[in-house]
Design a protein around this ligand. Structure first.
Ligand code: HEM
Length: 137
């Protein structure tokens, strides 16, 4: 195999974003901090149908883990995300959008990620939040 550069299988492993930012623990910290904000929020808290925010915290955590390249437990439990459809029962207007992002911002900053990782994560969250708005005003 003259002239052919051989690269052993498995030696070129690319890390997912999920792995780069610290895996499950990072996403658990992020969403836990976010829900601490939601728990105190007069607009958002009443939107959550369950008394206990724990199950909602788990769903968002597993969704984000899956989205960023970690285990696919979210879809194994919940099926295809269809997030816009799942938010249809809730009034996601500008005020709800802003409150959601405000708590997420605090949670993202407290992770202390590198500037680049933080930017990537924040870009996605702002884009996703905008796409979830379903009520004008
Ligand atoms: C823009 C403002 C938003 C509001 C006010 C909002 C509100 C809610 C509410 C009230 C629920 C129901 C709680 C539950 O049963 O889990 C929910 C579920 C959920 N939200 Fe949001 N959300 C927003 C944006 C987002 C964004 C941007 C994402 C993704 C990046 C997201 C991901 C999810 C997920 C994964 C669930 C659980 C879906 C399921 O499996 O049933 N949400 N959201």
């Amino acid at each position: 195999m003259d002239g052919v550069k051989e690269i052993r299988r498995g030696t070129l492993q690319e890390q997912t974003f999920y792995e780069q930012v610290g895996g499950e623990e990072t996403f658990r910290r992020l969403v836990h901090r976010f829900y601490e904000g939601v728990a105190e929020d007069p607009l958002l808290r009443p939107m959550y149908p369950e008394e206990d925010l724990g199950p909602a915290e788990e769903r968002l955590t597993l969704f984000l883990i899956q989205y960023w390249g970690g285990p696919t437990t979210y879809s194994e439990n919940r099926g295809h995300p269809r997030l816009r459809m799942r938010h249809a029962p809730f009034t996601v207007d500008r005020a709800a959008h802003d409150a959601w992002l405000k708590h997420m911002r605090v949670a993202v900053e407290e992770l202390g990620l590198s500037e680049e990782h933080e930017h990537t994560l924040w870009n996605y969250l702002t884009y996703a939040a905008a796409s979830m708005v379903n009520t004008p005003g």
